[in-house]
Design a protein around this ligand. Structure first.
Ligand SMILES: NC(=O)c1ccc[n+]([C@@H]2O[C@H](COP(=O)([O-])OP(=O)(O)OC[C@H]3O[C@@H](n4cnc5c(N)ncnc54)[C@H](OP(=O)(O)O)[C@@H]3O)[C@@H](O)[C@H]2O)c1
Length: 363
């Protein structure tokens, strides 16, 4: 397993070295007797440098990792994964009694209540972290900002409260908990991982507000990466891929659609006609929750381990299926009119019946 991981991690340099060796062998046979040794030395130097840059730090039970939003989905899975790596995990959960919290406790994770939208809760959580680090003589290796909420539905339908909640949790909450832990982060030269999303690179219709918060989070992370570098603190963004049917992120979507419907004006109801019902039905069918399986995609953990352990980390670590790589490359290189159509195809939402819109505006 460890060997496979190693082979995968160094596969690029392995392939590059192999290709170069074949090329150099060919040149040697062609009589380039002075050039080949020189090129070989350069190649060895480059390979050594590459391996040094890709080297990873070790982790042990003396190292603490703090993760927010661990009751389900990615946070829950990363908490289990960090335990498997051997770290002491301090997990923040929104609801202490939830099944995820109980399961994490049974796996030896230290679980504490944390609502990142509440100043008191954030202060209490930070005090608990401080106490654990002191009592157990631990080094804080990393804060993983994972907690977030996402509400599906066109921007106009979302209520003030729904919009505020997404900004409060995803953006302000993340900033709040990070700032509260900054004295510890500075003292321990810790790393900050900010869980981002593909929506930050290509904002997606239906999650306009969520995309906005993730884009803002990414901008914030880029700025503090430079601010904190001089204090020995590294900041990394982690884009984990897509697993909406395996996490709780859409679990309350039905409730959210009901709230949108109740607050919709009669003018909007007439305008949208059956589109809202079809839309909510479509996305409610995707919505699941209550899954307590550790996320299965091994790519998530490979990318995450790079973000956590690489001695010279990149700014962003991404796990994405091929379909996403193709779409995102197309989004980047195509003109707006084509890109917008591609984005619609990517989301695959229910169609808006143009004839309904026309007839309702002419009434
Ligand atoms: N799911 C995806 O496909 C996907 C894709 C890209 C990025 N992401 C990112 O991955 C991260 C985790 O998402 P997920 O899919 O695993 O969703 P999830 O299962 O809903 O996990 C989010 C966690 O945050 C918690 N939370 C909500 N409000 C909070 C608050 N005010 N304070 C503290 N914790 C709070 C939730 O608690 P409750 O469950 O008790 O509400 C939940 O445990 C998010 O940052 C998300 O943006 C997800």
């Amino acid at each position: 397993m460890k060997l496979m991981k190693c082979v995968k991690r160094y596969s690029t340099i392995f392939v590059a070295d192999l290709t170069t060796s074949v090329g150099l062998f060919y040149l040697w046979n062609k009589g380039y007797k002075h050039f080949v040794p020189l090129a070989s030395l350069c190649g060895i130097g480059a390979s050594y440098l590459y391996c040094r840059l890709r080297s990873r730090a070790k982790i042990s039970s003396n190292h603490a990792i703090v993760i927010t939003g661990c009751g389900s989905g990615l946070g829950y899975s990363l908490a289990l994964h960090c335990r498997e790596l051997g770290a002491t995990v301090i997990a923040g959960v929104l609801q202490m009694g939830c099944p995820g919290a109980k399961r994490l406790e049974s796996e030896g994770v230290l679980v504490y209540p944390l609502d990142i939208t509440l100043v008191n809760s954030v202060e209490n959580f930070a005090n608990s972290v401080r106490t654990i680090l002191t009592e157990r003589n631990l080094t804080l290796r990393c804060l993983i900002n994972n907690a977030a909420v996402m509400i599906f539905g066109e921007f106009e339908w979302q209520t003030d409260e729904q919009l505020r909640n997404q900004v409060e949790v995803n953006l302000l909450g993340t900033m709040r908990i990070t700032r509260e832990l900054m004295p510890l982060i500075r003292a321990h030269f810790s790393r900050i991982i900010v869980v981002s999303s593909h929506c930050n690179e290509q904002p997606i219709p239906g999650v306009a507000a969520y995309s906005g918060t993730k884009a803002a989070l990414s901008a914030w992370a880029s700025a503090i990466r430079v601010e904190l570098k001089k204090y020995g603190v590294k900041v990394v963004c982690f884009v984990p891929g897509s697993f909406v049917t395996e996490s709780n992120i859409l679990a309350r979507q039905d409730e959210h659609f009901k709230t949108m419907k109740q607050s919709m004006s009669s003018e909007a109801e007439t305008f949208y006609d059956d589109y809202f019902a079809r839309y909510s039905q479509y996305f409610s069918s995707v919505a699941q929750g209550g899954n307590l399986e550790k996320l299965r995609d091994s790519g998530i953990y490979e990318a995450f381990e790079g973000a956590l352990l690489d001695k010279y980390p990149s700014a962003v670590y991404t796990n994405e299926p091929w379909r996403y790589t193709i779409y995102h490359t197309m989004f980047r290189i195509t003109p707006t009119c084509l890109r917008d159509r591609l984005v619609e195809k990517f989301v695959q939402g229910p169609p808006w019946k143009q004839d309904v819109a026309k007839s309702s505006t002419h009434q």
